[in-house]
Design a protein around this ligand. Structure first.
Ligand SMILES: [Zn+2]
Ligand SMILES: [Zn+2]
Length: 246
């Protein structure tokens, strides 16, 4: 990896612009509004599941949702690191570029404020969140489980970039360090493996729980070529920005 932070081109950098801040702020407001509606529906329909069932079904839905967030964080991170151009309209600057830049300047994420770090994940979660709330009303055990699962899955996606940012922070607050040590969220030592050559493993950045399993099975590596062939015509050829291309 020879690129330095000075090599990052700024012609396509939309982060920090008034437009992006408006997009981030409105995405986050709408995200929290619908997360609240979904959580309220789950709470009001706890009796939709037979008595006693909700007490173990809900925690299971929440844990599975959190694990799904870890997997999706890894899969999206893998795609953004390896496939697509930073100059592809909209997707390039909003979703691909931050990942490529992150490999040139891993500490940049710690200098971004809360809106900048977390806005894009709110935006991309909205179709699933609003779709679940609107199209899957809770009327039984299955829909109760599904609503809780999606609610926590998307909340995990919302937290992902924050956890990632804290994993890079040179001096995080003590309480964050303590949570990182429990393994509940991504820790700096664990994530450091992703930033070690050849930069092709440990992509999951929510809790990182799935990283050892995915590294052992080499799932993402196996998917790389087939996905590149399918997605490259749409997403463009991966550019060198980020130095993560072999
Ligand atoms: Zn990466
Ligand atoms: Zn990182």
């Amino acid at each position: 990896m020879s690129a330095t932070p000075n090599d990052i081109p700024h012609d396509y950098d939309m982060s920090g612009s008034l437009w992006m801040r408006l997009v981030d702020a409105s995405s986050m407001s709408v995200f929290f509004f619908f997360e609240y509606l979904l959580a309220r529906d789950v709470y009001l329909h706890l009796d939709a599941a037979p008595s006693g069932l909700a007490t173990w079904l809900l925690p299971l839905a929440l844990v599975l949702g959190y694990i799904t967030a870890d997997f999706v964080s890894g899969f999206v991170h893998f795609l953004a690191d390896n496939i697509g151009s930073t100059r592809t309209p909209f997707f390039g600057p909003v979703f691909i570029r931050p990942f490529r830049e992150h490999h040139i300047d891993p500490l940049a994420i710690t200098r971004h404020d809360f809106l900048e770090v977390n806005g894009a994940n709110c935006l991309i979660s909205l179709p699933v969140l609003i779709g679940t709330w609107y199209f899957v009303p809770i009327h039984g055990t299955g829909s109760l489980f599904f609503a809780a699962y999606i609610g926590l899955f998307l909340f995990g996606i919302f937290l992902t970039n924050q956890f990632h940012s804290w994993a890079h922070h040179p001096n995080p607050p003590g309480w964050i360090r303590r949570i990182q040590r429990t393994g509940l969220i991504l820790g700096p030592e664990h994530h450091a493996r992703h930033h070690t050559p050849p930069f092709n493993t440990y992509y999951c950045i929510t809790s990182g729980w799935l990283n050892p399993l995915l590294a052992r099975t080499r799932l993402f590596e196996r998917l790389k070529e087939p996905l590149r062939r399918v997605l490259e015509p749409i997403a463009g050829k991966a550019d060198e920005v980020g130095g993560v291309q072999e």
